[in-house]
Design a protein around this ligand. Sequence first.
Ligand SMILES: [Fe+2]
Ligand SMILES: [Fe+2]
Length: 283
Amino acid sequence: MLELTDDLRIGHPIIDADHQRLIDIINEFNDHSASLNNEKLMHETLKALLSYGREHFAREEKIQRECMYPYHNMHFHEHKALLEQVQDIARTYFIAKTRPLNERSISELNEFLKTWLIGHVKKFDTNLREWVAPSNECLEPDGEQKLFRLPSSDVAALVIDDDATSRTLLVKLLSVMGASVVLEASNAIEGLQLAFSDPVPDIIITDLNMEPMDGFSVVAAVRASQKEYISCIPVIIFSATDDNDLMAKSMAIGATGAFKKPFNPRDLSKFLFHVLKKRPDKS
Ligand SMILES: [Fe+2]
Ligand SMILES: [Fe+2]
């Protein structure tokens, strides 16, 4: 029997309730697999998993986007692969009928279902915990908006943007959030010089469209550094582009996250808080 044990709980009521329902479907299959008609049972279980799985994945993906979870794109592909696995099994037994339905197939399906959901929850969904959990203790009033305060008072940030207005806005936001130093550069070359000098920034926020080097080149240069404490600096891309694939493209070249301009200060402050919370202590 599968159980939603504490190590599998995410701490979000909708996600945990959905996981419980999926576990119930799998357990029902396990309970009845010896007594009912195999074909009907298998068909109904796969149908229920596909239907509830689809609904759950869509809900979870929406929550991930709302929480600014930076890896939601990768997670979406994992969900897609999970649904395809179930569809493949259904196709094998009910459409192509290339394998016989018997006790062995039922026991194989039992084994598969045990890891199908739990494996994904353990490896992927548990990473959502700190993003979906309420973090009210770090809320800090800033005029009408409530911003997240940086997790340490010893944060050096670097802002690279050729647009003075948006650069000033980001510098102000980082200062209000409690950064101890905010370095500024109006182009990528100047920015990289600062990234490779003292104080080494804990976070870099760079505009995408700049001349002669763009924000993607900034990410590439930082990631290529021989010094590990530089190559692992989180880099966040900002862009005024309408490109819907901005996040996917940015993550593919090694960025930590991507935001479109104009950005929501609270969303960005929440994102920075989580990213910096994961950074190892400087001391
Ligand atoms: Fe899930
Ligand atoms: Fe998931």
